[in-house]
Design a protein. Structure first.
Lengths: 251, 263
């Protein structure tokens, strides 16, 4: 009973807030181009679905691709960087430079250089998302129990055995934490890059749709787009938290 | 202590100097005979007991001197063939992502032995530490004492000639510790191997060992090499015997001299 109430609490709070919002908008006669009520947003969500859905698919596509690229290339880069001190010394400064340069500043350049819109957005989103995976996984790969390292040495383990059976499993909790951050950042990177790219392209995602709706003062559609973006972010986080819990259940 | 013709391990003039110039071991010479011994290393903190153990295992390189293994064990450490050495750390040092079975399988896995071929040895080692029913469990589900048993099973499963133990029971409660002492003695007698056991406890060392090497600190060196000539098997009655009391007194006196001596 108590648990059921606890689980329902955020939904109850949300429902109350929505009712208050609708009531406030109606009582104050706020026009929809300033602040639409939740019912107007819901209506826009249904009415504009033929436009919203392809945009959603586009943004989710870029986000997921950027996330997968961060997850795989981030792990690879971390393995290369921890393989020798020289590799780390040579590569780390550039990874840091890529990380600290704001994506809005590089995005125009990438969009000009890369002809395919989807690919250019993917690159921008990847630039934002890959660093947490690299830095977390690097720490993880060095976090193996020193006594276990001694034990592997004692039994004459090869470098490959060392990496696959000791360093990678030891890094798993760190890698998964990196992935949780990268999931959110992939979406942020995809949306920010799309804002920079603007509505020029023929195929565009939720951010471009929000931008366009803003020019037209179509607030209900803006809110509908915003809602979808948040839901993608929440879904991503929930899925990655599930994955992490499943992999680490024995730790 | 009598020294036989071909010692199993001959430690010759061993010294270890850290990069900062601190000499942790100074000219340590120690022979382990080919007949199985239970040797305890006792000494104050910082006397280099752990370093000596790691040097014997080949985990550190000596600054001077050498560790020589006899013909039968000439491979030294565990490079190729059956492992000669088992090592038990102060912490259980298990892999949390692997079951008890997989943890004990590790030495075989690294040597390229299949699970099926290692199965019998692993289960026998687990029976030896009374954990045959826990093979499928994960370390997280085990108590501290059980984890340490798994660690001992992992070290013993490949049947090493020498078992090195670095204060393995220091973190355990007294009751678990006494029980594990008895289990370890039973295993030592059954498997006829040499054990080198590092401990802080004079009582533990006397109860277990037939030879006690007392070390002094700064720099770490051997201060006394004592034989405990009580017969095995030993049980709790041994703790009440005059021989036990005298031996504890003798080892304590040697330890006091070692700690009071000018370097």
């Amino acid at each position: 009973m108590r648990r059921a109430v606890e689980a329902a609490a955020p939904f109850l709070f949300g429902a109350c807030a929505l009712v208050l919002w609708e009531v406030a908008v109606r009582l104050t006669h706020t026009p929809p181009f300033i602040l639409p009520g939740p019912l107007a947003v819901a209506a826009a969500l249904v009415e504009d679905f033929p436009r919203l859905f392809p945009a959603l698919v586009f943004t989710v596509g870029v986000t997921v691709a950027a996330f997968l690229a961060s997850a795989s290339l981030g792990l690879l880069l971390a393995l290369i960087m921890t393989s020798s001190r020289w590799m780390e010394r040579s590569l780390l400064p550039y990874a840091v430079i890529l990380q600290v340069t704001p994506v809005v500043a590089i995005a125009p350049l990438i969009i000009i250089w890369v002809k395919d819109t989807r690919l250019s957005l993917l690159i921008c989103a990847w630039l934002v998302a890959f660093f947490p995976v690299v830095s977390n996984t690097s720490v993880g790969l060095r976090s193996a129990d020193p006594n276990l390292i001694s034990l592997f040495k004692l039994y004459g383990a090869s470098r490959l055995q060392d990496t696959v059976w000791l360093k990678l499993p030891s890094a798993a909790p760190y890698y998964l934490a990196g992935l949780r951050i990268a999931g959110g950042l992939s979406l942020i990177g995809a949306v920010v890059a799309e804002f920079v790219a603007g509505t020029g392209g023929d195929r565009s995602g939720l951010a471009a749709l929000i931008l366009e709706a803003g020019y037209r003062l179509n607030m209900p559609r803006m809110f509908a787009g915003l809602l979808l973006i948040s839901m993608v972010g929440v879904l991503m986080y929930a899925l990655l938290a599930r994955l992490s819990a499943a992999v680490l259940r024995h730790w | 202590m009598s020294v036989d013709a071909t010692p199993l391990i001959a430690v010759q003039g061993l010294a270890k100097v850290w990069p900062d110039g601190a000499e942790v071991l100074h000219d340590v010479t120690l022979d382990l005979p080919s007949t199985p011994q239970f040797l305890s290393l006792v000494g104050p903190s910082g006397c280099g007991k752990t370093t000596l153990l790691r040097l014997i295992a080949g985990l550190e390189r000596p600054s001077r001197g050498a560790v020589a293994w006899s013909g039968a064990a000439s491979k030294g450490a565990n490079k190729g063939g059956a492992p000669q050495i088992g090592y038990v750390f102060q912490e259980p040092t298990l892999m949390p992502w692997a079951t008890v079975f997989e943890n004990v399988y590790l030495p075989f896995k690294i040597a390229g032995v299949s699970r099926r071929a290692a199965q019998d040895a692993i289960m026998e080692a687990l029976r030896g530490v009374h954990l045959e029913d826990a093979a499928a469990r994960y370390p997280r589900e085990l108590s501290g004492g059980m984890k340490m048993r798994v660690s001992i099973a992992r070290a013993l499963a490949p049947r090493p000639k020498v078992l090195l133990m670095d204060e393995p029971f220091a973190a355990l409660d007294e009751i678990t510790r006494l029980k594990l002492n008895n289990d370890l003695l039973a295993l030592w007698q059954a498997l006829s191997m040499t054990v080198i056991f590092v401990t802080h406890s004079v009582f533990e060392s006397v109860y277990l060992s037939n030879r006690i090497v007392v070390m002094a600190a700064r720099p770490g060196r051997i201060a006394a090499d004592l034989a405990i000539d009580a017969p095995y098997p030993r049980d709790e009655a041994f703790r009440g015997s005059a021989l036990y009391t005298e031996a504890c007194f003798e080892v304590s006196a040697a330890l006091r001299r070692a700690m009071g001596q000018a370097p």
